[in-house]
Design a protein around this ligand. Sequence first.
Ligand code: ADP
Ligand code: NI
Length: 213
Amino acid sequence: MEWMIHETEIFVRRELEGESSGHDWWHINRVTNMARRIAEEEGADLFICTMAALLHDLADDKLYESEEAGLKRIQEWIDQIGVKPDEQEHILTIIKTISFKGGHGPGLSSLEAKVVQDADRLDAIGAIGIARCFAYAGSKGHIIHHPDVQPRESMTTEEYRNSEGTGINHFYEKLLKLKDLMNTKTGFQIAEKRHEYMQQFLNEFCDEWNGIT
Ligand code: ADP
Ligand code: NI
């Protein structure tokens, strides 16, 4: 099993080379480490969580022509290295569940899916989440903040991507909601600390914006 994980790491690194849309290798690496940590606490299957975390962002239409093409590539890979059919099925279901935008994947069907989704979401909050948010905003040509931009919580990610956003808006649209969407107790505990850190950041940002501090 260890060598399958190792080979998959090499495979993912190669696939993501030159990828700059926020799905870089270090995101994958952090999510994988976090998934393993949560899996151990929650008693989830470590191999399944590790493999799903490593492969979770490859089913992205930014990398391949379509999500389906990405999933096919993942399936071919895990088949090629000899992952058992029922485990292949499980890994693919997790990736479908957590990676599809707009929530049209299957529901969260297993503890392992819950663990990997928590790990992925934790990487969007806290200090790392703040950094990723502004890196993403910059890459889309969005500004940091505009006082006229009202947080509109009903917007979908897709609408938001197409709209004129700001980095700060994304906190209200998504990042501040993630804590309460955690699936596992371990994920929630880590999210609480990161959530508080984001709130502190927003308070400080607001005070500096208004020239108070
Ligand atoms: P993931 O890699 O977890 O599937 P996404 O592809 O949705 O995440 O987003 C990558 C990163 O960019 C995340 O940290 C996310 O919060 C951030 N991001 C996504 N959309 C926006 C946005 N409209 N404004 C600012 N940051 C965003
Ligand atoms: Ni991700």
